[in-house]
Design a protein around this ligand. Structure first.
Ligand code: SAH
Ligand code: SF4
Length: 392
């Protein structure tokens, strides 16, 4: 990317309905499902009940065949099968790290690949979900940002990642998952590939499905969306999704943030903070998580820590320090451990929780910012892409 390259790009999502194929029923919100069932001739009076029944089969029981929906008549099941398919991303490979982290490479329509990461912890299990193939933004420390190929995922492809992870974890009631225990997949973070707020509608619809009490039923407090700072969509996220918000802050001056998170040139620190200040009230949620990647000699000084505390004062916040995860050709180094500790200390003394995120799944390239589809990874480093762009 050259310095003048556009920092954002609006993308279209591929249509839900392939011209010659049936509609994928996965990813329709309740309202859209109702419309779709009416359109195939479901009587108005029955529509609500049919939506409830189909919904429970798909998202509570996890069935993948209309024929298994045994409280529907055979004719109605046949009608559904004529007009819809139940299509999930295809798991191409699964890697399990020494620390138990699982990374799935999944294939979606068009042959694109995205990565999904499951991180087991003592009191929870978090699924890190992707929202786009690649990312149009070009944060200089992020591997995903070097991927050239980009498209928005559909709502079905986003919720589909949750569903295939549940398959692998054996967590559907059909699979005799234990009840009354911490769920294996108890939290979702939209921190995989892509900028979720640049694919707002699909992310919202998928999260509505995840939060629906008659299905996957994850509380909005267990879903965290991470944005690099797409300011106009932050209030919308509060109002229409209401999940927890994390922001990729990473710098305490516009000069440095412009370089690390180029979207800062469009919406700078002051504008971003103003939007974040409003978030907890609008969404009725608690604290904003400020993510801060620790880059040696770039953003990790004591002065940075003090500035950070000052900047966020007045915002209920938690600061998540992320030791930089290296990737081939990356132009940065991870801050020394003692530096990270000193930085964390300053923040802690100012009254903020400042957990240092333990890198997980590094041995399988599953850690934050390392995601990039295997084919793409093999292809180009950022330097190569820049050299190519410069050659014009
Ligand atoms: N696009 C969104 C969400 C995906 S990135 C966003 O930027 O917020 C998830 C988190 O990982 C972000 O905070 C991102 O800045 C961080 N990250 C990216 N590359 C990283 C790397 N190499 N090491 C550590 N964290 C990284
Ligand atoms: Fe995109 Fe987030 Fe990576 Fe930036 S950090 S390039 S916004 S995925």
């Amino acid at each position: 990317m050259t310095a003048n390259a556009p920092i954002t790009q609006d993308l279209v999502t591929i249509p839900r309905k392939a011209e010659d194929g049936p509609t994928n029923i996965i990813g329709l919100t309740r309202d859209a499902l109702r419309e779709a069932l009416l359109a195939i001739g479901t009587p108005e009076k029955q529509a609500k009940m049919r939506v409830n029944q189909v919904w429970a089969w798909l998202y509570h029981w996890g069935v993948r065949d209309f024929d298994a929906m045994t409280n529907l008549s055979k004719d109605y099941r046949r009608l559904l099968a004529e007009h819809f398919v139940i299509r999930l991303p295809e798991v191409v490979s699964k890697n399990v790290s020494m620390d138990g982290t699982r990374k799935y490479l999944v294939k979606i329509a068009g042959g694109h690949e995205v990565e999904v990461v499951y991180i087991p912890e003592e009191d929870r299990g978090t699924l890190c979900v992707s929202s786009q193939v690649g990312c149009t933004l070009t944060c200089s420390f992020c591997h995903t940002g070097t991927q050239k190929l980009v498209r928005n995922l559909t709502a079905g492809e986003i919720i589909g990642q949750v569903m295939v992870a549940r398959d692998d974890l054996g967590e559907w009631p059909e699979q005799r998952a234990p009840r009354n225990e911490t769920r294996l997949l108890s939290n979702i973070v939209l921190m995989g590939m892509g900028e979720p707020l640049y694919n707002f509608d699909n992310v919202r619809d998928a999260m509505k499905i995840a939060m629906d009490g008659e299905g996957i039923a994850l509380s909005r407090r267990r879903i965290t969306l991470s944005t690099s700072g797409v300011v106009p969509e932050i209030a919308r996220c509060a109002e229409e999704i209401g999940c927890q918000m994390a922001v990729s802050f990473h710098a305490t001056t516009d000069e440095v943030r412009d370089k690390l998170v180029p979207i800062n040139k469009r919406w700078n620190i002051e504008t971003l903070l103003a939007a974040l200040k409003e978030y907890p009230r609008l969404s009725n949620s608690e604290r904003i998580t400020f993510e801060y990647v620790m880059l040696k000699d770039v953003n990790d000084s004591d002065a940075d820590a003090r500035r950070l505390v000052k900047l966020i004062s007045g915002i209920p916040a938690k600061i998540n320090l992320i030791p930089f995860n290296e990737w081939p050709g990356a132009p940065y180094e991870r801050s020394d451990w003692s530096r990270i500790q000193a930085f964390a200390d300053i923040i802690y003394k100012a009254g903020y929780a400042s957990p240092i995120r333990t890198p997980r799944g590094e041995d399988i390239m599953a850690a934050c910012g390392q995601l990039k589809s295997a084919t793409e990874r093999a292809r180009k480093s950022r330097r190569e892409i820049e050299a190519e762009a410069a050659r014009g």
